[in-house]
Design a protein around this ligand. Structure first.
Ligand code: BMA
Length: 253
């Protein structure tokens, strides 16, 4: 129970990677606070589990949520910025509204939560901010211009937080490949042949499968552990080798 008496705040913690993070921290003894825009699911009926319905792209709501978490747990040691959405379009066909919503959820919310939670982490004696980015910070798919831009910017935010708040606060980006989440399943379902898209995604990853939310959550938890105490300002790719070869998991032709 490495995380006993430690509190982690996880944005977008109601499903997908965020939910898996919440579970692995909870299983390791942490107090877990989930900030999610959807109605809380209340997975565990326990004092160590606290859910706040909150739009993390809205500063007033973030401030109120942080006050609620502080009221419940009295301290915050870790922030996992994870809330994310994916919208489709090139720069010429992405509307300004779509651009703004992707930037607000995938980037501004990371800034807002860091802004209002880092002072609490400092008061608690130090801790870690983990920013869940994407392998699309390095290699981009077609037709997701706003998403890949926001995910790339998260690396800059990660370095800034790491420099500005060292040594008491570490900040690390975790960059997943294709992970079996509701967000990714939704993207598959937009294709006339979702199974073919799934297979294409499997083929992109030399490990020969897409990832599970727990694959990512275990790395997020490790990064928060004192055992990772010499890692800051960096990114860790959790992507099954996506991008290291021309042919993904396919054997050479
Ligand atoms: C993720 C999402 C997924 C995609 C994966 C690999 O961040 O964009 O839809 O499959 O990156 O590109």
């Amino acid at each position: 129970m490495d995380f006993k008496n430690k509190t982690v705040v996880i944005t977008g913690g109601g499903k997908g990677i965020g939910e898996a993070c919440a579970k692995v921290f909870y299983d390791d003894g942490a107090n877990v606070a989930i900030l999610d825009k959807d109605e809380p699911a209340q997975l565990y009926n326990d004092n160590r589990w606290f859910e706040v319905q909150c739009d993390v792209a809205d500063e007033a709501q973030v401030k109120e949520a942080v006050a609620k978490v502080m009221g419940h747990f009295g301290a915050i040691h870790y922030l996992v910025n994870n809330a994310g959405i994916q919208r489709y379009g090139t720069v010429t066909d992405t509307t300004v509204d779509e651009w703004d919503i992707v930037m607000n959820v995938n980037l501004k919310s990371y800034f807002l939560c860091a802004k209002h939670i880092i002072p609490q982490i400092q008061s608690a004696g130090g801790g870690v901010v983990v920013n869940v980015a994407s392998v699309q910070a390095f290699v981009s798919q077609r037709n997701v211009a706003a998403y890949t831009t926001a995910k790339t910017a998260i690396l800059g935010l990660t370095r800034s937080i790491a420099i500005d708040f060292a040594p008491s606060v570490r900040c690390v980006a975790v960059c997943p490949g294709t992970i079996d989440t509701p967000m990714v399943r939704k993207s598959f379902s937009m294709s006339p042949d979702p199974e073919a898209v799934l297979q294409e995604c499997i083929d992109m990853h030399p490990i020969g499968r897409i990832g599970t939310p727990v694959d990512v959550a275990e790395v997020v938890k490790f990064v928060c552990d004192d055992k990772a105490g010499f890692i800051t300002g960096q990114y860790i790719r959790v992507d099954g080798g996506l991008g290291i070869t021309i042919n993904g998991s396919k054997k050479a032709d």
